[in-house]
Structure formats: structure tokens, C-alpha cells
Design a protein around this ligand. Structure first.
Ligand code: ADP
Length: 467
């Protein structure tokens, strides 16, 4: 049942947790850590600051390249201050429907206020915080509404110190000035890429708890890892453990780490050796999504090549099917398109169940599931559900009752979509098996390569168009 898998009490789109992270987990960030310790102090000694009339900022802006540890630092602030951590990526505020992004911002801050004291972390703030009027083509109006809502919320918390927003971006140059005005994100902290000494420290943090050989020359490892940011170093350390295992040893040697570091430097393709079993799972998920795309009149002609080649640092639950980018602009406003697309997102979950059993689900299909829930939520907020009362809601705060109704409407959509997905998946078992075999052999399939399989094994005749 879908409910058991993606069920949450209230519609949630942000991640909670991270409170256990400490500054000691952030390596090589001496100066920055010092600046952020002040934020921790705001939380711990709010009364002192307020009684003295000192101003506590509403927001801190962390800038820097991807993977340098911005998210980690925000979590560490929450962890050290022992407060709630709520995180969201601003790209999730960007919606085609006017008002949805703003509603999401409000919902996020309502939650933050309930769980205060709290750190709200907004990643990729540039997605909504771009200079107004710079909007390229459509979507500008929606983004401005979202940005305005964010400004209102920031102003509401200024000087109180119970909810502090930490935002991250690697594009400070395009941020709207209104965002960085005093009282909003007026503390700006640049997080640099690590130098040799810092890289050595980061590698050591990620070596904690791993079996290490004696006398590793960390300094040398820091030097050869030129160009890598924290995220890649963390990954390299994990890969070093895999390399050790592959070589049949039980201690990580310096050579294992340097091999992993070198691979990370050049790595476009993920160097981790993948078992056939893992490849088949990836292929199964991609094949299922391809079949669901093919089953929908909206996407059937918009699909291109599909591949199962993972790239380093890539999010796991990502579709590796080329889809015509105009598809969403053209069809995005239609309920039937959205329902069909939810089916595409639910397909990995359905094949997990049919092929591997309901008690053997993968985290990857859960990731897609989360996307399906998000899309269903957007539909509800736009009046695309049976409960049309929920439409106007985006303009006001929700009550508990309304939360409950939204949650139910989302579940209804997901259940309906899941039933359809299951039907299509069950009817096309042979097709999916054939696609999986081809994908595992060739790693990628062009449209002209899979179309004959669709026609030969496919069973789409009595499947209703849309839902
Ligand atoms: P960003 O938010 O800047 O893109 P993240 O904070 O998400 O980067 O970094 C991803 C991961 O990389 C972290 O969870 C951590 O494991 C590792 N990492 C990045 N920077 C550091 C650092 N300075 N010290 C230790 N680990 C780091």
C-alpha cells in the first residue's frame, strides 16, 4: 500500500534532522566556524541579547561552490545550539502555479514557529532570490510572489532569535538586494574550497570509524587531492574503503585513499564497482519509468534515450530518461498530465514491490515516491483534487483540520495513481524484463532501440488514457 510507504502526518516537503551534527564534524573551516559560533550563542543566550537591545539577525547567507560544506555547517549550528533543523531547497518553491511557492514558504515558517527554537535552512536560495525583473520568460510572477513571501517571513523573525534562517547559494551575484538588506540575510559568509591542509583534515574526519593502516601520510593525501571539495573528499574516503574490500584486505592503506582521490579527480563516471544486482535494480527502475512514460499520451512522443550510467555525486533517485524539456511547460497545468507523471514517479516503487516483494523496497524508489507526493500536493493546492475547498487555501495559513484534509487529498491522488501504475507494470512484465536485459548489457538505449521492444512485448491497449 502506498500509505505505508510515503505516509506522513502532515504534508512535509522539507527534511528534519541533522541536530546531531557538531562543529567537530566540519573540518578545515576555522574562521567560519568562529563566526557561526556567534549564531549558536544567539540561540543559547537570547534573553541576554534582547535585554541589551542587540539586534539578532534573521538570516545568514552562506555562499560557496557546491560540496564545500554549507549544508553541513547549517546542521552543525542547529546541532550545537540543540535546536530544530528544517531544511528545504528553494528549487522546491519554484512552481508553475502562482501562489504555490508562497504557500510552501508560509507552511515552512509555520512549522518552524511551532518547533522553535529552530534553524531553517534554504539551499539554492538563488532559485527564488534572483533579482526581480531578471526573470527569463514565464514563471517570473510566481517567483516574485514567492520571494516576497520569504521577505515577509524573514522580517517577522528579525531580532527575536528563535527562528534563524541560514540560506546557501553559489550565485551571490544574482541575488536580489532586498534579500541582503539589514535584518534579512545581512550576515554573509563565504565558504572557500579547502586548501591542502584543510583537505587532509576533511579526509581525516571521514576516516573516523573506518579501519586504517598505521602511519598514513595525511599531508601527502591533502596535497594530491587538489581541486576536490569536502563532498568529493567524503566520497573518496568511502571509495577507499570499497577499494580495500575489493583487494581483500581489512585495513585501509594510503594507496587505497590516493587511488580513490585520483579517481574522484577525473571521475565523471562513478568509479564504485557496481554489482550486477545493483545494475539490474537501476535498470529495473529506469525501465519501469520508461514504460510508464510510454503508457501516457502526454509523454509517449516526448521520451528520448535512457541510461543507467551513474555520475559521481549524482542524486540517486534521479530519472535517467531524456524528456523533452518543453513537456512540462506545455502540459504542466493539466491534471491528467500530472496524474500520469505521478505514475511515472511511482513506477520504481511498483516494480520494487512486484519484482522484489513489498518487504524489500529500496531507498531509491522511496526518493521517487517523495517526488510523487510533492507533485500530488501541488495538485491539491491548485484545486486539482476532489476536495475543491482546498483550492483557496494557498492564500492563508492552514489550520490542523486543513492540514489533515490536504494530507487525505494527497493520499487519494497517490492511491489512485498507484493502482494505475501497478496495473500497467503487471501487464508489461515481459517488456520490462526485456528492457532491463538490454539496459544492463548496453548501459544506454536510444529511442529507436527500445521502440521495437515496446511494440513487440508492450501491452497498452486497454489502458485508459490518463486516469
Ligand atoms: P554544500 O551544502 O556546500 O553543497 P554539503 O554540506 O552538502 O555541501 O557537503 C556534502 C558532504 O560533504 C557533507 O555532508 C560532508 O560529508 C562532506 N563535507 C563537505 N565539507 C566538509 C567539511 N568541511 N568537513 C567535513 N565534511 C565535509
Amino acid at each position: 500500500k502506498v500509505k505505508a510507504a510515503g505516509k506522513s502526518r502532515a504534508p512535509k516537503r522539507y527534511t528534519v534532522g541533522g541536530e546531531h551534527v557538531k562543529f567537530s564534524d566540519c573540518a578545515g573551516l576555522g574562521q567560519i566556524r568562529y563566526e557561526l559560533e556567534e549564531v549558536v550563542d544567539f540561540f543559547k543566550n537570547r534573553e541576554k541579547y534582547i535585554s541589551r537591545g542587540s539586534r539578532i539577525p534573521a538570516g545568514i547567507l552562506l555562499s560557496g561552490e557546491p560540496g564545500v560544506g554549507k549544508t553541513l555547517l547549517a546542521k552543525a549550528v542547529a546541532g550545537e545550539a540543540n535546536v530544530t533543523f528544517l531544511a528545504i531547497s528553494a528549487s522546491q518553491f519554484v512552481e508553475v502555479y502562482v501562489g504555490v511557492g508562497a504557500a510552501r514558504v508560509r507552511a515552512l515558517y509555520t512549522e518552524a514557529k511551532e518547533q522553535a527554537p529552530a534553524v531553517v535552512f534554504i539551499d539554492e536560495i538563488d532559485a527564488v532570490g534572483r533579482k526581480r525583473g531578471m526573470a527569463e520568460g514565464s514563471g517570473g510572477e510566481e517567483r516574485d510572489a514567492t520571494l516576497n513571501q520569504l521577505l515577509i517571513n524573514l522580517d517577522g523573525f528579525e531580532g527575536k532569535g528563535d527562528v534563524i534562517t541560514i540560506a546557501a547559494t553559489n550565485r551571490v551575484d544574482i541575488l536580489d538586494e532586498a534579500l541582503v538588506r539589514p535584518g534579512r540575510f545581512d550576515r554573509k559568509i563565504y565558504v572557500p574550497k579547502p586548501g591542502p591542509r584543510q583537505r587532509a583534515e576533511i579526509l581525516q574526519v571521514h576516516a573516523r570509524g573506518k579501519p586504517l593502516a598505521e602511519n598514513l601520510n595525511w599531508q601527502a593525501l591533502g596535497e594530491i587531492s587538489e581541486g576536490l571539495a569536502g563532498a568529493e573528499l567524503a566520497q573518496a574516503m568511502n571509495n577507499a574503503a570499497l577499494i580495500m574490500l575489493r583487494k581483500g584486505r581489512d585495513k585501509i592503506r594510503e594507496e587505497d585513499i590516493s587511488e580513490a582521490v585520483t579517481l574522484a579527480g577525473v571521475g565523471v563516471e562513478d568509479p564504485r564497482p557496481r554489482s550486477l544486482e545493483r545494475q539490474r535494480m537501476l535498470a529495473l527502475h529506469q525501465a519501469s519509468q520508461l514504460v510508464l512514460c510510454y503508457a501516457s499520451p502526454f509523454t509517449r512522443d516526448a521520451i528520448g534515450a535512457v541510461n543507467i550510467v551513474p555520475r559521481l555525486g549524482e542524486k540517486v533517485g534521479r530519472m535517467r530518461i531524456d524528456l523533452d524539456p518543453f513537456l512540462f511547460l506545455i502540459s504542466g497545468q493539466s491534471a491528467r498530465f500530472n496524474l500520469d507523471y505521478i505514475c511515472v514517479l511511482l513506477a520504481p516503487r511498483a516494480v520494487d514491490e512486484v519484482w522484489n516483494g513489498a518487504d524489500n523496497l529500496s531507498t531509491i524508489s522511496m526518493d521517487f515516491m517523495e517526488g510523487a507526493r510533492d507533485l500530488a500536493m501541488s495538485m491539491v493546492m491548485c484545486g486539482m483534487s476532489d476536495n475543491e475547498n482546498l483550492y483557496g487555501l494557498m492564500l492563508c495559513m492552514y489550520t490542523r483540520q486543513e492540514y489533515w484534509e490536504i494530507d487525505n487529498a494527497v493520499d487519494d491522488i497517490l492511491e489512485q495513481a498507484y493502482a494505475r501504475t501497478m496495473e500497467i507494470v503487471r501487464k508489461n512484465r515481459s517488456l520490462i524484463d526485456a528492457l532491463v536485459d538490454q539496459l544492463v548489457t548496453k548501459s544506454s538505449l536510444e529511442r529507436r532501440e527500445y521502440l521495437p521492444l515496446m511494440e513487440f512485448y508492450g501491452n497498452f491497449d486497454d489502458i485508459p488514457n490518463g486516469t
